[in-house]
Design a protein. Structure first.
Lengths: 427, 427, 427
């Protein structure tokens, strides 16, 4: 596997301080950074008010500064120190208020006293500050100056789209999101691993499938994207992955598609089984990212997720503790490895059929020992591929039945095709 | 749930002393009593000798008195005290005989010394007395006077039939039996719970389905009924239940249809799972009531049973100990509750489909919190219904997949339909 | 079950000393011996060089003598004492060589010091001696005289074929092999049990199916046979068994067909379940005999194996310890019994359907007790057959569902057909 861990980690460091949200300058800076790494990336603008199924693109939100200052004008809570301090999509405010009144605008987590929570209010006009329980306890009953320099205006929603063409019009779809402020596993791991996968795919060249890779704001972004590309995706997409939470090094996990039987699911489960001693399988009832849209009734794209520690399932999730200590170079590399294996498997997955009736005489081709003694596992693996290559099973099914890693079957299959004993069947 | 427990128990007390059998006055008195509660009930006569598939209606049996008296004319065993004392369908007899000869006509249960067993001989002319092992031990080697004042004559087989019309010609079928003498769980619980269900259904009004409810003698009654209505039932019946053993308060149990996959089975299992912490699942190999006919090859109606303690599986079964101490008001209410829930579920079971692509924006309809914090279970339940309402799954399947009680889904579905987000699909 | 154990054991004793291989005089002597027991057996010749799919018939190998003698001309290793001493298909040799040079031509098993291993080299010209580790240790560094009087010449491959005609053109296929020298479970048990089955089938007369029984060299023999009869077998064969390793008395085992769902598999598993308290189920991944050809993609005959201790799974396998102490009269009888039961089951397996709607009135036919008391298991078994005989299930499925031994159902089914209550459905 290509070593992308360190470079991915550096990208995450660069992207860390940017204040992203559904819309706004932070998203554009992030997409420009990625475009620098993937020059073919196209950045799209979708105007506020554009309809997308049951939704419409919201006002664009931008923020330059925000703080709570005490009577001596000392900033007690400061957006410049951590962009999580502000409730996402907060409207502008400039007011003095006593602690008692301020309380209703404050969000903290008693059970995690050091953590600043991540809170948003995209669709109802509101403002608020997030702070750690520690910070909150230090507030006293005085008059505070509350300032948010934000704007909510007609503007655009941005997303990035990269098409890497392959020999076939059939597509593999990768979707990641760029709408969270400074959080690492549940945000930056997604775009940096996706960027690395895109670079790796471009480097491979001569791809069988076309790759459609998008960097979108979660939920509204996938809904907008689907509203523009649904018929193409339904026609061409054979497998896809929502890439999220692929940066810590504590677990591997899998979120199925709605029915759990797509090619993406089969590849994900096969690859995970051979990649790690154990991984967590979640139910679609525990979904929470853009598979909510991609797998919704009538959309039904073959999309699932391969993750490290799943969103909602680790204590640092959606707080300031989901940071670049939690995400590591090794964690990101693991996310890259398992996803690249899944893509490699789908690229090479095919229906194979033996070309002769009965077992071929492997001995005369130098593929079988001439002395009748204990055969080694390699011989059995090859014989088993031939035994199940009946044109009705794809590589993943053959590998599952014969208890082999499908990726390890690839050189054997190549050898058998070369020897004229096996052929790929096109359906 | 409507409280019918006490009234059902009183009906059972009223019906207790009547000597019922396949045919005869006891059956008619019982049906008249029920007709008084359900005025639309039609009581049918089927003459002796009428053919029904492989069977024919037997002679009508009536009995006025029977006893074994000792040499001093003291009644030792007396039909007037307990109608179980006489073997059902006993021919008349009036003889003196010594104990030695009498023994072959006596039936008792050594393992239950206080219990009078229930024995019948419908299809071979015979007579006999049933008594407790205690009573039997007190018989001495003297001359006994054995009298059975019974008659076996050309007459009729009676059954009751109630049709409660609904908006659809499709039918729900309820069948219970009225052919056992004084026994409570394995007899009276069936007709009294069925009567209560019929009253409840009539009270609901505006029913979707038509309800066909019959009170028949077991086996010959269901065979006769099927011989007259099979084509209608096969065309219209979408689900049915044999209602038997629904009166004690010790267990819940389920007897599947022959293949176990009908709508009735699915509703029964779903309702039982949420109604009780655990219930006993029997195999169709352990069948014993009219599902033997309803599920026979070529008949194949979608009929199963939801019971309290199943026939044949409790020690008092088919003895005088199956009495109105065993059956309780609470037990009957539990039987009523679980069956009425199953009927309610079938009434409301339908195929649903979301009306927009992707998740709808619930927030703008006040159905979703505007602040991105922990959602409660209600929100997830609603989202999960929307996620699986793809027009290919009925409510029971959606509820099973999303791990909800389908009956709890009904108000959510109503809300979603009202909001224009969901529709029922007719097939 | 017919007692064939002792006679099978005597046949095995007679066949023991013969030096069999893929081809040659030993195979012909063996087939002639079997022809003596089965006069209708036809012995076929297939010339060297005949093409069969990816293979061709090899040169015919014969051997008259072979030994390693010391400087005093004393035979240290002597083919006359045990034909396993020579590597199968060894080319002729007559040389003096020191132990150091000889070593590369010697095969022994350090882990089984008393066992002479069985080694062959059919498709690469080679020579070699097999000996026990004990014998090997006694060799000293002297000059040995190595002699193999063998020939490898244009000749024939022989196999035996017996067709026992039945009322139907549909066939049951039995295949066993006659290509191993003196080994008992993994060779002689196969042909002797197959011979006994053939005699038994001939004795039964009036068979429903035609039986095709072949005695072939393993691998090349089945490939040659398939190359001549594939279309007939694919058209007519409804079930088959590779008969091998059916002679020891330590275990029963089952090797499925490639997909494991054929009639042969279903019969094998049903019969084994009732024949023995437990048996070993292997995976097709552990295959090793002619099912490798019969179940290969495109051939796909419904063939599996019922065995005693499976090849490769017992310590004596492919050594001189697999002898007539390991195989016993009782072991062979067990192999015969379970295979003859499987054949009997397939002969009698059919789709049955009840002839009346609802349960028939068994009482009037004397098939049901007239008094309503505890029924015995026989009655339930009969009722259960009637309940599941819907014309869509064959006997094996009915027996599996109703938890009965299908062979025990046969007299019940006969009784029901005789009573006009059941009929066989032809598809």
């Amino acid at each position: 596997m290509k070593k992308y861990g360190n470079i991915m980690y550096r990208w995450a460091q660069d992207l860390w301080p940017i204040c992203r949200s559904l819309t706004g300058e932070g998203v554009r800076i992030t997409l420009n950074y990625i475009q620098n790494l993937l020059p073919e990336l196209v950045i799209h603008d979708v105007p506020t008010g554009t309809k997308a199924f049951d939704w419409e693109v919201p006002l664009e939100w931008n923020i330059t500064d925000a703080y709570i200052a005490d009577e001596f004008n000392t900033r007690i809570i400061d957006f410049q120190k951590n962009n999580l301090h502000i409730v996402g999509y907060s409207i502008p405010v400039d007011k003095w208020m006593y602690l008692e009144e301020l309380e209703q605008y404050l969000f903290s987590l008693p059970q995690y006293p050091d953590a600043i929570p991540y809170v948003t209010s995209y669709y109802k006009k509101r403002w608020g500050f997030c702070l750690s329980q520690q910070q909150r306890k230090q507030l006293t009953n005085q008059n505070y100056h509350v300032v948010i320099n934000s704007s909510l205006k007609h503007g655009v929603l941005n997303y990035g789209e990269l098409i890497i063409p392959g020999r076939s019009k059939q597509e593999i779809f990768l979707s990641t999101y760029i709408c969270h402020p400074s959080m690492a596993n549940n945000e930056l791991s997604g775009p940096v691993v996706t960027t690395a996968l895109a670079q790796w795919l471009e480097g491979l060249g001569n791809l069988r499938y076309t790759y459609r890779i998008i960097f979108i704001p979660e939920t509204i972004g996938s809904i907008v994207y689907l509203s523009r590309h649904l018929s193409t995706l339904k026609k061409n997409c054979i497998a896809g992955f929502v890439i999220t939470c692929v940066g810590d090094d504590r677990a591997y996990s899998y979120m199925p598609s709605r029915h759990g039987h797509t090619l993406a699911d089969r590849a994900a489960k096969h690859v995970l089984k051979y990649h790690t001693a154990n991984y967590d399988t979640y139910s679609f009832l525990e979904r929470g990212s853009d598979e909510r849209q991609y797998c919704s009734p009538g959309v039904d794209l073959p999309v699932c997720s391969i993750m490290r520690s799943k969103y909602g399932e680790y204590p640092e999730y959606h707080t300031s503790l989901d940071d670049l200590k939690l995400v590591t170079s090794e964690g990101l590399q693991g996310g890259f490895d398992v996803l690249s294996k899944a893509l490699m498997l789908i690229e090479n997955n095919a229906y194979y059929k033996t070309k002769c009736l009965c077992e071929p005489q492997l001995g005369k081709r130098g593929l079988y020992p001439t002395l009748s003694q204990k055969r080694d596992k390699d011989i059995y693996d090859m014989m088993n591929i031939l035994a199940y290559a009946d044109g009705e099973k794809d590589l993943i099914e053959i590998a599952e039945i014969t208890k082999q890693n499908a990726l390890d079957c690839l050189p054997i299959i190549e050898k058998l095709i070369h020897a004229g004993l096996l052929e790929e069947i096109k359906y």
